[in-house]
Design a protein around this ligand. Structure first.
Ligand SMILES: [Cu+2]
Length: 164
């Protein structure tokens, strides 16, 4: 039993033992602004952003919009950022446990991007969890995020740090 998927190294990056058990108060601070989008093999990734981090914050969440313009489903398997920004990045989903302001976060193996569909990573839902942030992220900073898809391959986008 060696499904084709497992021949791809990406899946190993996605299956991380890192379990994010941090409980935090969501600080939703999205502000609409234009940002670059990247299109590769029919997959459009845009509006990658993360809130400015508090002093000495160890964790952060990156949000992004993923649009599949293909007629076939795709899956997001992995995420990574330069080690100079954070020690690890993993795809997680927030689940409300005690009310809208409190969440628990679970690692996800993959995120299905429907054919001709869009999945938006946003506060309270899917996000790319950064752990071991090297230095507080400041508004205006930018860094690379690599997202690994089953069909579209690895797509590199620029994440913008937004003021909170
Ligand atoms: Cu998380």
């Amino acid at each position: 039993m060696t499904p084709r998927l497992f021949s791809r190294p990406l899946v190993f990056a996605a299956v991380t033992l890192f379990a994010c058990t941090a409980i935090f108060v969501s600080a939703c601070s999205s502000s609409g602004s234009s940002s670059s989008s990247v299109k590769q093999r029919g997959m459009v990734v845009s509006n990658a952003w993360t809130p400015e981090s508090a002093t000495a914050a160890d964790y952060g969440s990156v949000y992004v919009t993923i649009e599949n313009t293909n007629a076939v489903v795709d899956k997001l398997f992995s995420a990574s950022v330069p080690q100079s920004f954070a020690k690890s990045a993993s795809v997680q989903e927030s689940v409300a446990i005690a009310g809208p302001a409190t969440t628990s976060m679970n690692d996800v193996i993959s995120v299905t991007i429907p054919a001709n569909g869009t999945v938006t990573f946003e506060p309270g839902g899917y996000h790319v969890m950064l752990a071991g942030i090297a230095a507080p992220l400041k508004a205006g900073q930018k860094f690379d995020l690599n997202l690994g898809f089953m069909n579209a391959g690895i797509i590199k986008v620029t994440v913008t740090v937004k003021a909170s």
